[in-house]
Design a binder for this molecule. Structure first.
Ligand SMILES: Cc1ncc(COP(=O)(O)O)c(C=O)c1O
Length: 428
C-alpha cells in the first residue's frame, strides 16, 4: 500500500506521461485512486468501495451489454481512451512531424516502463502490435534445421500452431503436439508430459502460460527448468498472463516471451510486446526486415513500417493505471470475481465448470456448460435473453462457454450471469 502511495506521489511530481505530456492519469485518476486507497481494508474480502472507483474508471462498466469475454480483448479505462485520442489529434496535425519526430522519442521511456512492469532489462523488450506478431517473430526467426523438433500442445493458440505448421511444411521441422485433459491440478503431470516427449532432436518447447480455451495456468517455470537441463529452449505465449498474474518474466526462466497488451493490461487495441533473453537476440532473424538482421540489439524487431505511434504511446497510461492498482491486487480481485460466479454456478443442477477454481491453476477465465445445450446455444441464450456477451468453445473435446471478468466487472453483473444460468438450466 505504501509503495502505491509513493508511486502516486512520484508520478504526480514527475508529471509522468508516455512521452512527456502531462499524464492524463494524474489529471483524471491520481486523486480518485488516493481516495479509494483510504477505503482499502486488508481484512475485507470484497473491498467494494475501492473497486467501485476502478469500475467507474472504465466506460465498459456502463455498457448495455455485460461484457464477459475480456479474455478475447479488453476495453481500456477512459484515461487510456483519452490519451489515445489526445495523441491521435496531435498526430493528425502532421503525422510525419508529430509521430516521427515527437512521439518517436517516447519509445525508449516506454520500453523502460514495460521492462519495470515485466521485471526485466529494457534491452530485452521490443514493442509491437500483438502476441501473434511477437510470437511469430520468434517462431519464424529461430534458426531451426530440417528434422529439428518442436513440442507444443493442441491447446496452444491457433496463430502459433499455424506458424509452427508452416515451418514444418516449409523447413521440414517436426512439430509434435501434446494433448491434456484440463483441468489438471498437478504440475508434475504436465511437466512430465513435456519431458517424456523430448528426444535428442528436440530444440524448442512452446508453452501457453494461461490456456485461452479453459484458463489453465501452466507451470512454466518448472517446464523451463526441466527443458534447460535437456538443452531445450522455451517459448512462452503470455497473451493471457501479462498484466493479470503477478509475476516477473525472469521468474518464468524461459528464453522467449510474447504478449498482447490489449488484454489484461487494458492498453489500446493493437499493442503488444516481445521479450527475448539477452544472449538469444542475435540469433533470431527479424520477421520484418532490418539493416542489421543478426544484431544483438532488440530494436531490430521494431522495423515494422508505418504504424500508429499514438497507440504505442497510450500504453504508458495503461501502465500508470495498472501501477495505480498493483498487479497482485488485480490478480487477487479477478480471481475472486471468477470464483464468485463459478462457485455459485456449480451448485446449479445440470451446470458444469470446466476449470480449476484454485488460484495456482486459473485466474480470470472459467468454462461453463449446461447439460443438453451446445456451447453455441448457451452463448446465444446468454446474449439474446440476458444481454451477456461470452464466447463459445467447441474444440478438441472441450465444449463450454468461456467467461472472463475483468477488474471493472461488477458483482451485480456476475449475479445476473448466475441468475441466467439458473433460468437457462431449468429450461434445458
Ligand atoms: C493464448 C493466446 N495467445 C495469443 C493470442 C493472440 O493475441 P493477438 O490476437 O492479440 O495477437 C491469443 C488471443 O486471444 C491467445 O488467447
Amino acid at each position: 500500500m505504501n509503495n502505491r502511495r509513493s508511486f502516486m506521489k512520484k508520478s504526480a511530481a514527475l508529471g509522468m506521461g508516455a512521452f512527456g505530456i502531462n499524464s492524463l492519469f494524474n489529471e483524471l485518476h491520481a486523486a480518485d485512486f488516493q481516495n479509494a486507497e483510504k477505503f482499502w481494508d486488508p481484512a475485507s474480502e470484497t473491498n467494494d468501495d475501492y473497486w467501485a472507483t476502478i469500475q467507474e474508471a472504465y466506460t465498459a462498466s456502463k455498457s448495455d451489454v455485460i461484457i464477459l469475454n475480456n479474455g478475447g480483448v479488453s476495453p481500456s479505462p477512459l484515461v487510456v481512451q483519452e490519451a489515445l485520442e489526445k495523441y491521435n489529434r496531435q498526430a493528425a496535425q502532421g503525422p510525419s512531424y508529430y509521430m516521427w519526430r515527437i512521439m518517436d522519442k517516447g519509445r525508449e521511456p516506454l520500453r523502460k516502463r514495460l521492462a519495470t512492469l515485466g521485471g526485466c532489462d529494457p534491452e530485452e523488450i521490443a514493442i509491437n502490435r500483438n502476441a501473434t506478431e511477437a510470437l511469430n517473430t520468434v517462431i519464424f526467426g529461430l534458426p531451426l534445421q530440417k528434422g529439428d523438433e518442436v513440442i507444443g500442445m493442441k491447446f496452444d493458440y491457433p496463430n502459433m500452431m499455424n506458424a509452427w505448421r508452416q515451418r514444418q511444411l516449409r523447413d521440414g521441422i517436426v512439430y509434435k503436439q501434446l494433448s491434456f485433459d484440463f483441468p489438471i491440478e498437478n504440475d508434475d503431470q504436465i511437466v512430465k508430459a513435456y519431458a517424456d516427449a523430448i528426444t535428442p532432436q528436440t530444440k524448442i518447447i512452446h508453452v501457453t502460460h494461461v490456456v485461452n480455451w479453459v484458463g489453465q495456468i501452466m507451470p512454466v517455470q518448472k517446464i523451463s527448468q526441466m527443458a534447460h537441463k535437456k538443452g531445450v529452449e522455451v517459448i512462452v505465449d503470455g497473451a493471457h498472463s501479462f498484466g493479470l498474474l503477478d509475476f516477473k518474466i525472469s521468474d518464468l526462466e524461459c528464453d522467449y516471451f510474447g504478449t498482447s497488451l490489449h488484454k489484461f493490461l487494458s492498453a489500446p487495441v493493437g499493442s503488444g510486446m516481445m521479450w527475448i533473453k539477452k544472449d538469444k537476440i542475435a540469433k533470431i532473424w527479424p520477421l520484418v526486415c532490418n539493416h542489421e538482421p543478426t544484431s544483438a540489439d532488440i530494436r531490430k524487431f521494431e522495423t515494422l513500417g508505418t504504424r500508429s505511434f499514438c497507440i504505442e504511446q497510450a500504453i504508458g497510461e495503461a501502465i500508470n493505471f495498472q501501477e495505480g492498482i498493483g498487479t497482485k491486487r488485480k490478480q487477487e480481485r479477478i480471481h475472486y470475481l471468477k470464483k464468485y460466479w463459478a462457485e455459485k454456478a456449480q451448485q446449479i443442477p445440470g451446470v458444469k465448470i470446466h476449470t480449476s477454481l484454485k488460484p495456482e491453476y486459473s485466474c480470470a477465465i472459467a468454462g461453463v456448460s449446461v447439460d443438453g445445450l451446445k456451447p453455441g446455444e448457451l452463448d446465444s441464450k446468454f446474449f439474446t435473453q440476458f444481454k451477456i456477451h461470452t464466447t463459445p468453445i467447441s474444440y478438441e473435446g472441450v465444449n463450454c462457454v468461456r467467461v472472463t471478468p475483468h477488474v471493472y466487472t461488477k458483482i451485480s453483473d456476475l449475479d445476473k450471469l448466475v441468475d441466467a444460468l439458473e433460468k437457462i438450466s431449468k429450461k434445458a
